[in-house]
Design a protein around this ligand. Structure first.
Ligand code: PRX
Length: 629
């Protein structure tokens, strides 16, 4: 047995012993009595009886040894600002933010919704929440009012923290009007809105509700707000993600298990050392931002670089200039970003001194071989793919060079990480496929390891029904990804089994997009599918049946309506969810029982064989789509 195989084996056969050892990587206020309580599957409780605090582990515990070392490095290539915070300064800022939240009435267990661009105050807000036991719920800044309103209603936050605006490609993107509209749409009304004014977009303040951050912070400059010791199982945050239905799920994460899982991953997978710099080019609105911009690197005592901007502005060398300037040792991004860089001059990859950089980690979508090779060769650094989900919080599949150096294989994120009992199952029979190279659904045998979701926020039944009851006769966690495992234990991911698509590393539900398009008054019916795209991995494509065909007599009318429908999606969900094209048909391909044949549409769009069509109601429906393309 290799060292890693042994390590992995032990994580499953001596689960409690294994995780008790990992738990030593963090500080505990009160030791736990039980490592894992799995008496009520699929609900796993980790480190029961223990008390700790995420913010303490990310910030306070480093004060003794590294108070003056960089903790947060913020760079905005949009506004040209750069700001660094030592652990001491971060500690002060987080306490100021925590005092502001407390003054606005936030208490332990309350939710705080964070709708912010990539600015330091967003990090302060998240850490301030976990400091005082409030549950943060970050909503990606690219989402618009409809998405935001549904999340406000589900999370029912006491306070929303937001900002006047973000900036993208040099253009100011105002947040406040979207937030105001969301708060008009939502049933739940938070007590207060805490506004960071960057001076980018003037905004209106709603009396008795909106509070400016700067003067309130000023009032709390000397704030001392101790960490609240929380049960390991206390929810630290919820993060909404898309699934099969239109209603986003609030993925709920704990405190102790998450801290341990991240600390362990920083050691075994990422190999980050305290004092070094980690640069994760993601967004705090996504899980990568939670785990590997904010908590993971800070827990490990590393400086984390938070970046607002594009990888190609002012030019395609901007990331590498930051690697040189801040001596970044580990980098994390999504393959899409690398594909964007690949369209620019290769010379940018060698223009800067990258001697500090050890490894580039990529995740979030399939990593194609040309992209992987281009970046690995161009940088002359190892590139490590890793596969996971919002639900798991840290990698399920990758290689763990901190345990044992292992080769990577193109096209594969790697093998199952410690703690994960991954299997390939036949989706129809539930049979395990043990032979190499058989295609099935990737599942994880319970209990999910520390750091993974505890439940769906306020909906235990949905957690069970959505994730644990999809395979006949087996109570296992479904990843909703197709995959195979080769003879060496390396997995290959072959796409989602549900209606989730992955656009430029952003996870989107086609049902949400369909619901938004359906709200347009001219639309009778719609199908949205994900179609393979060279740059973005996938793009959303919409096929619409209009209520009145006479309303779109010519190309000009069709183009106008296409634009209108896109605007509807932009204003409700945000531009991230906008379909690349809206096409008009007179009928959608359905089965005789009325089920939309999304897979067949997708296959036709990708010029693949649509497979068995014996149940199709009207074969001309697919032909129409073929003709359009
Ligand atoms: O389909 C898989 C794909 O992204 C999904 C999870 O997306 P999200 O919840 O946004 O979490 C991203 C965390 C990195 C998965 O179900 N996916 C993620 N990583 C990979 C991937 N597909 C192929 N290769 C990957 N490395």
């Amino acid at each position: 047995m290799t060292r890693f195989a042994d390590f992995h084996q032990r994580s499953l056969s001596d689960r409690d012993g294994f995780w008790a050892e990992q738990a030593e990587l963090i500080d505990w206020h009160q030791p736990f009595e039980q490592v894992c309580d799995y008496d009520n599957p699929p609900f796993a409780k980790w480190f029961v009886g223990g008390q700790t605090n995420l913010c303490h582990n990310a910030v306070d515990r480093h004060l003794a040894a590294r108070a003056d070392q960089n903790a947060l490095i913020w760079v905005s290539s949009e506004t040209g600002q750069e700001q660094t915070y030592s652990f001491r300064q971060l500690h002060a800022e987080v306490q100021r933010m925590a005092a502001c939240l407390q003054e606005l009435g936030v208490k332990e267990g309350d939710r705080v919704l964070v709708y912010m661009p990539m600015i330091p105050e967003a990090a302060f807000a998240m850490l301030a929440c976990t400091r005082i036991g409030a549950i943060h719920s970050v909503v990606f800044g690219g989402f618009a009012s409809g998405s935001l309103a549904s999340r406000i209603d589900d999370a029912t936050p006491a306070v929303v923290v937001s900002a006047d605006a973000g900036s993208r490609s040099g253009k100011v993107v105002a947040y406040k009007p979207l937030l105001d509209e969301a708060l008009r749409l939502s049933v739940h009304k938070p007590r207060k809105v805490l506004m960071v004014d960057r001076g980018l977009a003037p905004f209106q303040r709603v009396a008795h509700r909106d509070v400016d951050y700067a003067p309130l912070r000023e009032k709390h400059l000397k704030a001392v707000v101790p960490c609240v010791w929380l049960d390991a199982t206390h929810p630290s945050y919820t993060l909404y993600t898309s699934g099969t239905t239109g209603k986003p799920k609030g993925v709920q994460r704990d405190t102790g298990g998450y801290a341990v899982a991240l600390a362990a991953s920083m050691k075994h997978i990422f190999q980050g050392q305290a004092g070094e710099t980690y640069f994760s080019a993601s967004d705090i609105g996504w899980v990568v931002g939670h785990s590997y911009i904010i908590y993971g690197p800070l827990i490990a005592g590393m400086a984390t670089l938070m970046y607002e901007g594009l990888p190609i502005r002012p030019d395609a060398g901007v990331w590498w200039s930051l690697v040189e300037k801040y001596k970044v040792s580990l980098m994390f991004t999504a393959p899409t970003a690398v594909r964007v860089l690949k369209k620019h001059d290769d010379a940018f990859l060698t223009k800067y001194d990258l001697s500090s950089l050890r490894t580039l980690f990529l995740a979030g979508e399939p990593l194609d071989e040309p992209t992987a090779q281009w970046i690995a060769q161009g940088l002359g650094k190892p590139v490590i793919d890793n596969y996971w989900q919002t639900e798991t919080g840290w990698p399920i599949l990758t290689i763990a060079n901190g345990v044992e150096k292992a080769p990577t294989k193109f096209g594969s994120p790697g093998f199952a990480m410690y703690g994960y009992d991954v299997k390939v199952l036949d989706d129809a029979t539930g049979q395990e496929l043990t032979e190499p190279n058989q295609k099935g659904v990737l599942v994880i045998e319970g209990p999910l390891p520390p750091g993974c979701m505890q439940t769906v926020w306020r909906d235990d039944q949905r957690f069970i029904d959505t994730y644990w009851k999809t395979i006949p006769g087996r109570m296992v966690y479904s990843t909703f990804d197709w995959g195979i495992r080769d003879a060496d234990g390396y997995y290959f991911i072959l796409g989602r089994t549900d209606d989730v698509i992955n656009v430029a590393g952003h996870r989107l539900g086609t049902r949400e997009i369909e619901e938004s398009i359906s709200s347009h008054p001219s639309v009778a019916e719609v199908a949205v599918v994900g179609v393979a795209d060279q740059l973005k991995g996938q793009v959303a494509m919409a096929f619409v049946v209009v209520k009145d065909v006479n309303a779109i007599p010519d190309d000009a009318a069709r183009l106008k309506l296409e634009g209108d429908i896109m605007k509807t999606v932009d204003s409700q969900l945000g531009a991230v969810a906008r379909p690349s094209r809206v096409r008009f048909v007179t009928v959608l391909p359905k089965t005789r029982s009325g089920k939309l044949l999304r897979r067949a549409i997708q296959a036709v769009c990708e010029q693949r064989d649509p497979g068995d069509l014996t149940t199709i109601e009207d074969p001309s429906a697919l032909q129409q789509i073929r003709d359009l393309l």
